[in-house]
Design a protein around this ligand. Structure first.
Ligand SMILES: *Cc1c(COP(=O)(O)O)cnc(C)c1O
Length: 354
């Protein structure tokens, strides 16, 4: 099988797959509670929170929609938009019947704190949605800058998607004052798709208690109630939770700081290659993702042909997302990749481009 270097799903290790194949247990059994409760301390440490970390059997979009349904009541939601995923969050908010306001910046640019401040000055907002690392454009917005602005609006909840940046760079939820921090399994965590992880601040939980019509499957109060007994509201994907336990073991054996450093090094190796090839970055300096690189095709490369040749050599790369197809291509350095595996990929691309 060729190896995945697309920005999600990413390559899954043998160890993680093996963990998923453990025998099933009852989701209300003592064994399950031990499994679920046992991973909480490490999850909290990774999230940088003292709040419980909830596990949702859904893709990230389940919780992205759920956060809007739980935290946006009669007020408005400000959707920060700078690429495919963040743009879609605006549509999802409207589909949930919420009064959604678009803060649109050009694809390839970050969302700036100042823009959020200006938008929130109109008043009447319940929440802001932000994608920390916009996977479609390879742009990482400055979460410290944005969190600082949000502290000027204490009545507004900050919902942050970290699907492709979680455990790549530090995102200390409580210290930053993030109200909902969410991620998915198949990107930065290098697990198969199907699980979402999230945590909610006390402010978020208090707000959720006042919002009507948030449904059942993603009801934050249901998650909190079940969490008291180390359980989930409905039968979770227990196989994914085994995989998560195994992944946490990997992360803490390596060390969280070392994991961040490895991703930075992987990313720097790709950046060096981009410069050597005379290619450009789609994202501006200072806002380039640490988990993937979105490369601007300034040399008129036949990207589809490059991807085809790379696949023949055993590497799957992404030929650009949506309207950026062919104009950009993306290389992931997330998950379990190392400087050595990144160099293997880049050597193959060199051969394809020669
Ligand atoms: C992939 C991705 C999502 C969507 O994840 P699903 O698992 O498909 O729901 C959301 N946000 C970001 C930033 C992503 O990269």
């Amino acid at each position: 099988m060729p190896k995945l270097f697309i920005p999600g799903p990413v390559e899954v290790s043998e160890k993680t797959f093996r963990a998923m194949c453990r025998p099933m247990i009852g989701h209300r059994s003592g064994d399950f509670k031990k499994l679920y409760g046992g991973i909480q301390p490490r999850l909290k440490e990774l999230f940088g929170t003292t709040q419980p970390v909830f596990l949702s059997t859904s893709s990230a979009w389940g919780v992205m929609e759920g956060a809007v349904r739980n935290l946006v009541g009669t007020g408005k939601v400000l959707n920060c938009m700078c690429g495919a995923f963040s743009d879609k969050w605006f549509d999802v908010s409207k589909k949930c019947g919420k009064e959604a306001v678009a803060l649109q910046v050009e694809w390839g640019q970050p969302v700036r704190g100042e823009q959020i401040r200006e938008a929130l000055k109109a008043g009447g907002f319940d929440a802001v949605t932000l994608i920390h690392n916009e996977t479609s454009t390879g742009v990482m917005s400055n979460i410290e800058e944005i969190a600082a602005v949000m502290r000027e609006f204490p009545d507004v909840c900050l919902i942050v998607d970290t699907v492709s940046s979680f455990s790549v760079v530090p995102i200390p939820m409580d210290a930053l004052g993030i109200d909902v921090l969410l991620t998915g399994s198949q990107k930065a965590l290098a697990m198969p798709p199907g699980l979402a992880l999230f945590s909610a601040s006390k402010k978020a939980m208090d707000k959720a208690a006042t919002v009507k019509g948030s449904g059942y499957y993603f009801d934050f109060a249901e998650f909190a109630k079940n969490q008291l007994e180390d359980m989930t509201p409905s039968t979770p994907s227990i196989s994914h939770i085994y995989a998560l336990e195994s992944k946490l073991e990997d992360i803490f054996t390596e060390g969280v700081a070392k994991r961040h450093a490895r991703h930075a090094e992987n990313n720097a190796i790709v950046h060096e290659w981009v410069r050597k090839q005379g290619l450009d970055f789609f994202a501006p300096e200072g806002f380039r993702s640490k988990s993937l690189t979105c490369i601007a095709n300034n040399k008129g490369i036949d990207v589809a042909e490059l991807a085809k040749k790379a696949k023949e050599r055993g590497f799957i790369i992404d030929g650009g997302y949506g309207k950026l197809k062919g104009k950009t291509f993306r290389l992931s350095n997330m998950g379990d990749e190392t400087p050595a595996t990144m160099r293997e990929l880049l050597a193959a691309l060199d051969a394809c481009l020669a």
